[in-house]
Design a protein around this ligand. Structure first.
Ligand SMILES: [Zn+2]
Length: 419
């Protein structure tokens, strides 16, 4: 008995592990990083992570098996630019500011949770939330997901947006006071920028979001550098909303991690981004959504002019070899369409810009994982990586629209939906 005892413990341990294990019989596994396809694989998942993947993986006794032998398997998708808690009012005379005048952070958080769940079911297992979430509402959405109250994607948060005086509001009468501070932090010197970065980090953010050119005045190189220095020392990246011009020069010179939007970037600016390894998160809005959002307010040309400019900028960025991550910035609601439906409409813009499917798929997985500094944990399917796995009936390398048909989602080893 004495000699048998360690053996029994081992048997018991194996049995526990096997009960916890899930084995996926995969028809084909697509690797976005290399563009390769491996047929008839088994993916063994234990404790939320991929343990083994290959054609001859032994399935332990007691493991749950999932038959996806007629499906194409892919890493969970990522969107590097979302606003989970925000719905922008479109049409009529509602000003941009109305969302933070009319909605509490609690209400915003509930909307954020709904959107987070919708995105996860559609296959987005990681999102980077870039602010406009009331009083840090997304921190609570994330906390509830992490506590196991709800299923949801991995969320990286930015908290309050840091901007020169006024946030993204315009011409609000002085009598009303700086009410935009519900969503934004005013910062008008390098020291104020540093303080704002520290405040956000104190409240738990992963990313610092700046808005650089929403006003006739914009951040200087020194202010951008202060944000980057402070954020990088705390292990955080810096994402900057900027469309082009001198503000974009300052942002690029300042050494940020990603430019958001960048609709009017020149080839010279894109080349500098490439040299510095700065990502473009182009939020390349399709014409159909520009028509709904409208481009009034004097900042943008009309949709029929802006839409081709966005496609052209995406094409130039790709040809010049700028690192790119998929980001949608979807903040509108359309009857009978979910938020994820609207996000998948962005794929048409990438297709029109002539970007190969393999590159689009990288921009939705391994590239954002690099930008978000989570590429050791997520973004590819390999032993040791988190089991964030999606599957669909068609091959996304051949038809990128196959992503809309995702019918299996696993998040950190938990099955969220099955065909
Ligand atoms: Zn945005």
């Amino acid at each position: 008995m004495k000699k048998l005892f360690p053996f029994l413990i081992l048997l018991f341990a194996l049995r526990v592990v096997a009960q916890n294990a899930i084995a996926i019989r995969a028809g084909a596994v697509v690797d976005p990083a290399t563009g390769s396809v491996a047929k008839n694989q088994v993916i063994l998942i234990e404790s939320g992570k991929i343990k083994e993947i290959g054609p001859n993986v032994r399935i332990p006794n007691g493991a749950t098996t999932v038959d996806l032998s007629h499906e194409w398997i892919f890493p969970g998708l990522m969107d590097a630019h979302v606003h989970l808690t925000l719905t922008e009012v479109t049409g009529g005379n509602a000003p941009f500011e109305s969302f933070y005048l009319k909605e509490t952070s609690t209400y915003r958080g509930l909307r954020g949770l709904r959107n987070a769940q919708d995105l996860l079911r559609a296959g987005f297992t990681t999102v980077r939330e870039l602010g406009n979430d009331g009083n840090y509402a997304t921190e609570d959405v994330r906390r509830a997901i992490q506590a196991g109250m709800f299923d949801g994607p991995t969320i990286l948060t930015a908290g309050k947006i840091i901007a020169p005086f006024g946030g993204q509001s315009t011409a609000i009468p002085a009598e009303q006071g700086p009410f935009w501070r519900y969503e934004y932090i005013d910062a008008d010197t390098p020291d104020e920028v540093r303080k704002a970065v520290r405040q956000n980090i104190y409240y738990g953010v992963d990313v610092i979001k700046l808005v650089a050119d929403n006003s006739p005045f914009h951040f200087s190189v020194e202010e951008i550098k202060a944000a980057v220095d402070e954020a990088h020392h705390a292990g955080r990246t810096v994402a900057v909303h900027v469309y082009g011009g001198e503000a974009a020069d300052n942002v690029i010179e300042g050494g940020v991690d990603s430019l958001e939007h960048g609709f009017f970037l020149t080839d010279e600016q894109l080349q500098k981004m490439k040299q510095k390894g700065i990502f473009l998160v182009g939020t390349d809005t399709p014409r159909s959504q520009l028509d709904i959002e409208g481009t009034s307010g004097g900042f943008f040309p009309p949709p029929e002019v802006l839409a081709p400019k966005i496609i052209d900028r995406l094409r130039r960025a790709y040809r010049l070899g700028v690192k790119m991550a998929f980001g949608t910035d979807t903040v509108i609601e359309v009857p009978n369409k979910s938020r994820s439906d609207l996000m998948f409409e962005y794929l048409a813009v990438w297709r029109e810009a002539g970007i190969p499917n393999a590159e689009i798929l990288k921009a939705m997985t391994s590239n954002p994982a690099e930008l978000l500094h989570i590429n050791q944990q997520r973004g590819t399917l390999a032993p040791g990586m988190a089991a964030d796995i999606v599957a669909m009936p068609g091959n996304p390398m051949e038809d990128i629209e196959a992503l809309r048909k995702i019918n299996f989602v696993m998040k950190d080893g938990k099955i969220i939906r099955k065909p």
